[in-house]
Design a protein around this ligand. Structure first.
Ligand code: SF4
Length: 96
């Protein structure tokens, strides 16, 4: 399900990062997320590809890519990888 707040948070952090104003803890966790995305079959260019299907690492459910821009998604504290490869950041206080 699309969560506009998560999308907004990710893009806001992209801008903060360009101005060197990003929380270092978010930046560090985003870099770890991106290491997973960089080698993931579901990645097409800078997108988590909704035309590809992968197996969720915990449930084995076949799952489509979310369609998100990976650079922004990685910087959104409360997002999760659709395949469960990475989860919400510890800094996330969102109940969703
Ligand atoms: S968010 Fe998850 S499924 Fe999408 S590219 Fe990154 S690691 Fe792969």
């Amino acid at each position: 399900m699309i969560n506009l707040k998560h999308i907004f948070d990710g893009w806001a952090n992209v801008i903060k990062n360009k101005f060197d104003a990003l929380d270092p803890a978010i930046k560090l966790e985003a870099e770890i997320r991106l290491q997973h995305c960089d080698k993931c079959y579901m990645r097409t260019n800078n997108k988590c590809d909704p035309d590809k299907v992968g197996k969720h690492v915990e449930t084995d459910a076949l799952t489509k890519g979310c369609g998100c821009n990976i650079s922004a998604k990685a910087l959104s504290p409360c997002t999760k990888c659709p395949l469960g490869i990475w989860n919400k950041m510890s800094i996330c206080n969102d109940q969703l």
